[in-house]
Ligand binder design. Structure first.
Ligand SMILES: Cc1cc2nc3c(=O)[nH]c(=O)nc-3n(C[C@H](O)[C@H](O)[C@H](O)COP(=O)(O)OP(=O)(O)OC[C@H]3O[C@@H](n4cnc5c(N)ncnc54)[C@H](O)[C@@H]3O)c2cc1C
Length: 367
């Protein structure tokens, strides 16, 4: 029985897995091709407060802003969902990665930056260690162990601007399939003087930077960016489907995070689901090494814990992807008339639509 673990990828998912594995007393090495881990931050850092707490990371020093709600724009319609209390933090992703590195190292894991793992090195590591593939959306581990390539992606481009932000507590989401086909565009106050502007488009719909350039010409965005100074901008990608299998046939390799497509297809958020899966994977691997538990237990537990929510997010993504802005706007106006604006404000859950539905039916029964 192999008694050590090689984690490939030192993003949040790999580092959370490594911290827990080392905490269980398992010899754990994390390999990442980057020399400066977590840099540059090509992704955003909007994470639900409940989700963050569930990951057990000391994230507080990475918080740059706190959000209470969202304005959802489609055509002429705007739906404002505003909770009474704080819903999400915006985190500095580079700082978050540093915190995760520190925690993994303090738990006893070795984090090896500047170590690209190719097929030859994977074979070598596989002969002596259980492999946890946390190597992001285009996973070498998934490819090498024939775990089924992810084929559906959203291409993104986001940039930060130095500007006086009008409303620090609210994120704005823009649904318009002619501008952001199969996804959406957004503005997010990363801090009181930093506005992030971003867009995602289905991978078959061209170039995300060109879509971004069109988005920033919209009247609302031009107004928000008056006097702004561009700080930095990056293109990236989000996996839009879960991997065919997150444990290989021989029961020796697991995938976590973006490598497994453990992302909410509505918003592309992957920190909470990927991090939760990493914790689950670590506990199963520890029991596998200590007592022979089968690794595919991880696949079953992940589906049980998160399958319904990922499917519900997928359903919402397919709905807004199939409608033009005017129709989405009409649907929003109807749901406002039915009182859903207030309902989402009170019971909305960024990560777990299944909990929201439960609250909806319980409220109905209580009446
Ligand atoms: C524009 C954008 C906005 C986003 N906004 C949010 C958000 O607001 N909230 C949220 O929760 N999520 C968000 N996400 C998603 C989130 O960023 C990802 O789900 C998360 O980063 C996944 O973490 P990970 O550790 O699984 O993978 P990654 O962060 O991709 O880490 C993978 C690591 O593996 C390394 N690696 C890859 N190949 C190899 C190799 N062969 N050898 C060694 N190392 C390798 C890479 O260098 C990298 O460090 C966003 C994504 C994008 C693109």
């Amino acid at each position: 029985m192999k008694d050590s673990v090689a984690v490939i990828g030192a993003g949040t998912s790999g580092l959370i897995a490594a911290k827990d594995l080392a905490g269980y007393g398992i010899r754990t090495n994390v390999y990442d091709q980057k020399t400066k881990l977590g840099y540059p931050a090509k992704a955003s850092g909007i994470i639900s407060i409940n989700g963050l707490k569930s990951l057990g990371i000391g994230y507080e020093k990475a918080v740059t802003n706190t959000l209470y709600g969202a304005n959802i724009h489609a055509g002429e319609a705007v739906m404002r969902i505003m909770a009474k209390g704080a819903q999400a933090h915006v985190l500095d992703r580079v700082r978050l990665n540093e915190i995760c590195q520190d925690e993994a190292a303090r738990a006893g894991a070795s984090v090896l930056a500047g170590s690209r793992i190719d097929a030859k090195k994977l074979e070598e590591l596989h002969s002596e260690s259980v492999i946890v593939g946390a190597d992001g959306p285009v996973s070498e581990v998934a490819r090498f162990f024939s775990m089924g390539a992810i084929k559906k992606y959203t291409l993104t481009y986001k940039a930060e601007f130095n500007v006086d932000v009008e409303d620090e507590k609210t994120v704005d989401l823009f649904f318009d399939n002619s501008l952001a086909p199969k996804f959406f565009a957004w503005t997010c106050p990363n801090a009181k003087d930093i506005l992030e502007v971003g867009i995602g488009i289905g991978a078959q719909h061209g170039n995300s930077k060109a879509a971004f350039d069109r988005f920033v010409k919209k009247d609302e965005i031009v107004r928000m960016l008056q006097g702004a100074r561009l700080m930095e901008g990056y293109a990236s990608m989000i996996p839009m489907q879960t991997a065919r299998s997150v444990v290989d046939e021989k029961n020796e390799v697991l995938l976590v995070g973006d490598a497994a497509g453990q992302v909410k297809p509505t918003t592309g958020g992957g920190i909470v689901f990927g991090g939760s899966a990493a914790k689950l994977a670590a506990s199963v691997v520890a029991e596998h090494i200590r007592g022979g538990k089968r690794l595919d237990t991880y696949e079953r537990l992940f589906k049980k814990g998160f399958g319904t929510d990922i499917a519900l997010h997928g359903l919402v993504n397919r709905l807004y992807s199939s409608l033009d802005a005017k129709k989405i706007g009409m649907l929003m106006n109807i749901s406002k008339t039915l009182g859903f604006e207030g309902f989402f404000s009170e019971y909305g859950d960024m990560d777990r639509p299944s909990l929201m539905l439960k609250r909806f039916f319980l409220r109905g029964m209580a009446r």
